[in-house]
Design a protein. Structure first.
Length: 119
């Protein structure tokens, strides 16, 4: 039963953080290119790992995670707690992820045989 609750809370946190990132005005966080890939929450809901990816590559994701872990971390944690009415808001840590970049690379590899056949 606890797994279901942590999964549901992780999805709620993901939805709220996605909305909050769009509202941030930090120039290091390009909200149009940034995506929250997944959120992992501890079973006691005290800690959350937020994986973020950028269309610009892993370097932009690293810079954005540095900005989010530094200045915006407290604001995001406070807003997530207020919007979700959680008794204890998890400590949030942003981790850069390159899954979007890998997905685009895989998609181009899958489409390259089709292009060769068409020619």
């Amino acid at each position: 039963m606890m797994g279901y609750r942590s999964d549901r809370t992780a999805e709620d946190i993901k939805r709220e953080i996605t909305a909050l990132v769009r509202e941030l005005k930090d120039p290091r966080v390009n909200s149009l290119m940034l995506t929250v890939v997944r959120v992992e929450v501890a079973h006691d809901l005290s800690f959350a790992k937020v994986y973020i990816s950028s269309l610009g590559g892993i370097e932009e994701a690293k810079e954005a995670s540095k900005a989010l872990n530094g200045n915006a971390k407290g604001y995001i944690r406070k807003e997530v707690g207020a919007r979700l009415s959680l008794r204890k808001t998890p400590d949030i840590r942003f981790i850069p992820d390159d899954s979007i970049e890998k997905g685009i690379e895989m998609f181009s590899k899958l489409n390259s045989p089709r292009k060769k056949e068409e020619e």
